[in-house]
Design a binder for this molecule. Structure first.
Ligand code: HEM
Length: 499
């Protein structure tokens, strides 16, 4: 019997292999293109001059007179033109949904969650989640979660690296931020504390599964021949086998948490899952899982990436760090009696606010974001977009355009966000779509800024952090993923300051 099954599997695999070969050679060839950009993409020759795909795209977009390029082999229009961004995200929003193509790439991980849905499913989750995140009780709840995590976990860990560890012990701040934001978003979403931010830095099964699933899903989106990963998925081999295993872990753990919450009841809970449980059908735990997984993804890696970019820049710009310290002393008073700021105090920290925005201009946590064109269309700069084309606005490149930020665009300069009185001056989100813009603008923005500001205040006030190794001459190298992750992390030396 076993032999028959084996023989059957081999025959099926053989036919699938022949079918995929046929598809790649004949059908995908329709998209074959030998233009300069496609050739460099397919042969990876861009790597000779750039360490990150985003740096190469930024270079091409700066060179393009319209700030828009086409990568034909990916059927992808990529733009860094604010008028186009306005067109895609605002004025012609209905023509640019996430689309079926996106849903196929991320559907296994995100299911029907907000990140992966359009139409009524999206509207329902957006409305409920916006109400939830906008409510005063949830904002207070979120602030409390962040404050506790800082006081009971972040500060003790940094202190221990400063005093009790052997001199020269290196701490990876990127890892610390990932653990911090995972604890925080899990408590906010599930009311569950994974307790990741403690020594000796435990491995969380859920966090590891998230990392793997996010990296492998992002790789799908960059594949010039999508049929290859689809076949690997069908045969459950290679990266697709690993992806499936990670998603199974996420499903099992999220499912357990949902069951547990059903048992403990929903009353007196401010977490997201309780709000959604009250309105989602009792037998649809899969939908609840999808909803919460999107939130975990949204709130974890983005905040950690934003903080990593911020501290990367700060450790290399001591003057900016000193100006922030002066502001903290002015707003909170000198001394370290308190390392966590109140909401009112944070509102008065214009320079810190400007520095966060400036750091995300150069290192946006979501470097690019794509939609799919529902019908043939023409963008504001005249670019023709055929129905079914992937259309990407590139926040990373947009932060590096002299057309948008002036000739000093490469400089890390928080002052560009301040008016003559030193007050923070917001930018039009179509010029700075780091949180996206229009109807699908990020709904966790206020919470993210509160969390990032709180952490920045605590660390800058109480500690000196210095880069543990000299800056690599070629700059930051990013690992592939849905959000920006620095290869090798952010190793620092920590020193507690004297009060
Ligand atoms: C610095 C931190 C953050 C950045 C830069 C950021 C950026 C973004 C971006 C670019 C999008 C659009 C993504 C897409 O359409 O695929 C988005 C959407 C979203 N974000 Fe954030 N985000 C951050 C933090 C958060 C946090 C902490 C939460 C939750 C508490 C959150 C919740 C969401 C949700 C639910 C959406 C989907 C909105 C929709 O589709 O209508 N984000 N965010």
């Amino acid at each position: 019997m076993l032999q028959i099954i084996l023989a059957f599997t081999i025959i099926i695999s053989f036919f699938l292999f022949i079918f995929s070969l046929f598809h790649i050679i004949f059908l995908q060839k329709l998209r074959y293109c030998n233009c300069e950009i496609c050739h460099a993409y397919l042969t990876s020759s861009w790597r000779n001059d750039f360490i990150n795909l985003s740096d190469w795209y930024a270079h091409l977009l700066r060179r393009s007179p319209t700030s828009t390029i086409k990568v034909h082999v990916l059927n992808n229009v990529i733009t860094a033109n604010p008028d186009n961004v306005e067109h895609i995200l605002k004025t012609h929003f209905h023509n640019y949904p996430k689309g079926k193509q996106f849903s196929v790439i991320l559907g296994d991980l995100l299911g029907r969650g907000i990140f992966n849905s359009d139409g009524d499913t999206w509207r329902f989750q957006r409305k409920l989640a916006s109400l939830e995140l906008g409510s005063v009780s949830v904002r207070v709840f979120a602030h409390e979660i962040v404050r506790n995590e800082i006081e009971s976990r972040l500060i003790p860990i940094l202190s221990s690296f400063s005093t009790t560890k052997p001199a020269g012990s290196v701490l990876d701040l990127q890892d610390v931020f990932k653990r911090f934001s995972f604890d925080t978003i899990s408590k906010l979403s599930f009311g569950f504390d994974p307790d990741c931010l403690r020594l000796p830095f435990p491995t969380s099964e859920l966090a590891v599964a998230f990392d793997t699933a996010s990296t492998l899903s992002a790789k799908r989106a960059l594949a010039p021949f999508p049929l290859l990963w689809k076949i690997k998925r069908l045969l459950r081999i290679g990266s697709e086998k690993k992806l499936k295993e990670s998603i199974d872990v996420i499903n099992r753990l999220a499912g357990d948490l949902i069951k547990q919450r059903r048992k403990t009841g929903l009353a007196d809970n401010n977490d997201l899952i309780s709000r959604f449980m009250a309105v989602v059908a009792e037998d649809d735990d899969e939908y609840l899982r999808d909803i919460v997984v999107s939130f975990l993804l949204a709130g974890r890696d983005t905040v950690a990436a934003g903080l990593t970019g911020f501290f990367w820049l700060l450790t290399r710009h001591p003057k900016v760090e000193n100006r922030i310290r002066e502001e903290l002393d002015r707003v909170m008073g000198t001394g370290f009696d308190s390392v966590t700021a109140s909401s009112d105090e944070m509102r008065n920290m214009d320079y810190l606010h400007a520095t966060l925005y400036e750091s995300m201009r150069l290192y946006p946590p979501v470097q690019f974001d794509s939609k799919f064109s529902l019908n043939d269309d023409v963008l504001s700069d005249g670019t023709f977009v055929r129905r079914g084309t992937r259309v990407t606005y590139h926040s990373y490149a947009m932060g590096r355009m002299s057309r948008i930020w002036g000739p000093d665009y490469e400089e890390f300069k928080p002052e560009r966000w301040l008016d003559n009185e030193g007050k923070y001056r917001p930018e039009n989100p179509v010029k700075y779509p780091v949180f996206q813009a229009g109807a699908r603008v990020c709904i966790g923005k206020e919470m993210a800024i509160m969390e990032m500001k709180s952490i920045a205040v605590a660390i800058i006030r109480r500690f000196e952090t210095r880069a543990a190794s000299p800056e690599p001459s070629e700059g930051i190298r990013f690992a592939p993923g849905l959000t920006a992750t620095v290869n090798g992390g952010l190793p620092v030396l920590v020193q507690e300051r004297n009060a």
